[in-house]
Design a protein around this ligand. Structure first.
Ligand SMILES: [Cu+2]
Length: 265
């Protein structure tokens, strides 16, 4: 890095299971996009950029450090397990320029259809399973038994009592079907004791609320991190026909049941 520069980083969490919470010592990261979709630039809460597996963020950094100095990038998402992920190393030479006082430019939005929340179909999706994860509430449930839940296929997670496992099961019924062009709200409720980065194929969605409260940022993304026992509403226009996966991007959770299909007809 050179002092005075303004740098854009595209961060990708490519881990199988690890969530990261990145701190940039001595610097103030500004998030300008999630999952390739521009947002209103903002400084994340606590100065920490949190990304679950599969999540991406574009971050702008003003290089306000001193020439020749090194600053750590720390991942401290998990209590007592913080470690240094990388160093920001400054060139010892002259600053490239005075630090910019210009406000960050807002990136132009991608052309996505705006969901009509008043007319949207609302579909509840309960995330279930794991230790203390609400699977007990469904013992004897028909669909779950039909899908071999708790049987010999290694399913330990589920959505709405259904567990698609392994590389997917094309003969399994979809979580729901919706007509092409309709607005859709996925009301995701995490009944488990774990974090789940939930990823939808084929569409980006707005996170319109969390835990029943409107989300003022309403960011577009294709993966949303849902903390234990929390909920999130995801709104989008179902404008691409076909069967689309909706699944947790922690690979172990996905392969053992937290995977399903949304059918757009
Ligand atoms: Cu998960």
């Amino acid at each position: 890095m050179k002092a005075g520069e303004r740098v854009r980083l595209r961060l990708i969490n490519a881990a199988l299971a690890r969530i990261v919470g990145l701190r940039f010592e001595g610097h103030k990261p500004v998030v300008v996009a999630h999952d390739g979709q521009p947002c209103d630039p903002y400084q994340p809460e606590d100065g920490r950029v949190v990304l679950g597996p599969a999540m991406r963020a574009d971050v702008m950094l003003d290089m306000t450090g001193k020439p020749g100095q090194t600053y750590r990038v720390i991942d401290d998402f998990y209590n007592d397990l913080s470690y240094k992920l990388a160093d920001l190393a400054y060139d010892p030479g002259k600053p490239a320029r005075e630090p910019s006082s210009e406000p960050l430019p807002k990136l132009p939005a991608n052309p996505l259809p705006e969901p009509d929340l008043a007319a949207a179909e609302r579909h509840e999706i309960a995330l279930q399973g794991g230790m203390m994860g609400g699977m007990g509430m469904m013992s004897g449930g028909g669909m779950m038994r039909g899908m071999g839940m708790m049987g010999g296929d290694g399913a330990t997670w589920a959505m709405n009592g259904m567990a698609m496992t392994g590389d997917g099961q094309p003969d399994m019924p979809p979580l729901f079907a919706i007509q092409r062009g309709k607005s859709c709200v996925l009301a995701v409720r995490n009944e488990t004791a774990w974090w789940h980065p939930m990823h939808l194929h084929g569409h980006s969605f707005r996170v319109t609320s969390r835990n029943g409260k409107p989300n003022p940022r309403k960011e577009w993304c294709d993966t949303v991190l849902v903390p234990p026992r929390e909920s999130a509403d995801l709104a989008f226009v179902a404008d691409h026909p076909g069967d689309w996966m909706f699944h947790c991007h922690v690979t172990d959770h996905q392969e053992t049941g937290m995977m399903g299909v949304i059918r757009i007809t």
